[in-house]
Design a protein around this ligand. Structure first.
Ligand code: DGL
Length: 270
């Protein structure tokens, strides 16, 4: 098969990476996609660097076996933990979600005060701070782990009292610092956008790294002449490591389209 016609591989710890897949589908409707969600081992956000790195290597190897032309690490936690290792290991372009989000944040801020929210591992890694600092030495960064957001989104509690009060407690300190830009540094957070916008107010720009990542994928495909030329209908295949029923139920909410081709795999098997 000609390389341009091959699918884009996307992986995440589970369902959340569908926010990135959705933006890629919207921006590049002719591309084929193979998505792997590690639903048996999610969440990654509270696990150690070593374990996350092993899981990520297995997911990437699985996607390479599906003959993908590039790999998108849709998971912020994985991108924050082992992006460089995966880039060294893989023979195809690898895109993470941190750099695109950091670039968009630096572009958006006017007062130089940026907030970053994510899982415990993402925040602990300091990856967003590092990426933002590479782009601007003067901005101030305030980070906050919001571990309750992932289960709230998976439960579909996007804007009820429980979600609202949790978000208030997490975000009030960032608001008090006077940030004018907030990076949604986790796959699940774009679904909370309307509520987060209400809490933060109109003066704060919410940076959605899923959208920025899709733009970077488009740019790389175009620069490297990897854009699919076929205009026939695109094919989306989904693989999960457990519980496809839950993936379909919650995933269709994330994706806002139906999930038809889904299989269960064990990424540990080589
Ligand atoms: N996909 C993860 C992220 O973007 C969130 C879910 C998890 O903790 O595995 O950080």
């Amino acid at each position: 098969m000609e390389i341009r016609e091959k699918p884009i591989g996307i992986f995440d710890s589970g369902i959340g990476g569908l926010t990135v897949a959705k933006e890629i589908m919207n921006l590049m409707p002719h591309e084929n996609i193979v998505y792997f969600g590690d639903t048996a081992r999610v969440p990654y956000g509270s696990k150690s660097k070593e374990l996350i790195t092993r899981f990520a290597r297995e997911a990437a190897s699985f996607l390479m076996k599906q003959d993908v032309k590039m790999i998108v690490i849709a998971c912020n936690t994985v991108s924050a933990t082992c992006l460089e290792e995966l880039r060294e290991m893989l023979p195809v372009p690898v895109v993470g979600v941190i750099e695109p989000g950091a670039r968009a944040a630096v572009k958006a801020t006017k007062n130089g005060m940026i907030g970053v929210i994510g899982t415990e591992r993402t925040v602990k890694s300091g990856a967003y701070e590092k990426a933002i600092r590479m782009l601007s030495g003067t901005v101030k960064i305030f980070s906050k782990a919001c571990p309750l957001f992932v289960p709230l989104v998976e439960e579909g509690w996007l804007d009820n009292n429980v979600a609202y009060f949790a978000a208030k407690v997490y975000l009030e300190p960032l608001k008090e610092e006077g940030i004018d830009t907030l990076v949604l540094g986790c796959t699940h957070y774009p679904l909370l956008k309307p509520m987060l916008k209400r809490i933060m107010g109109d003066g704060v720009v919410l940076v959605d790294s899923a959208r920025e990542t899709a733009a970077e994928v488009a740019q790389i495909l175009s620069e490297r002449s990897l854009k699919r030329t076929g205009t026939g209908p695109s094919c989306y295949r989904f693989f999960v490591s457990d519980n496809p029923e839950k993936f379909i139920e919650v995933g269709e909410r994330f994706l806002q389209r139906s999930i038809d081709l889904i299989s269960v795999v064990n990424p540990e098997l080589r």
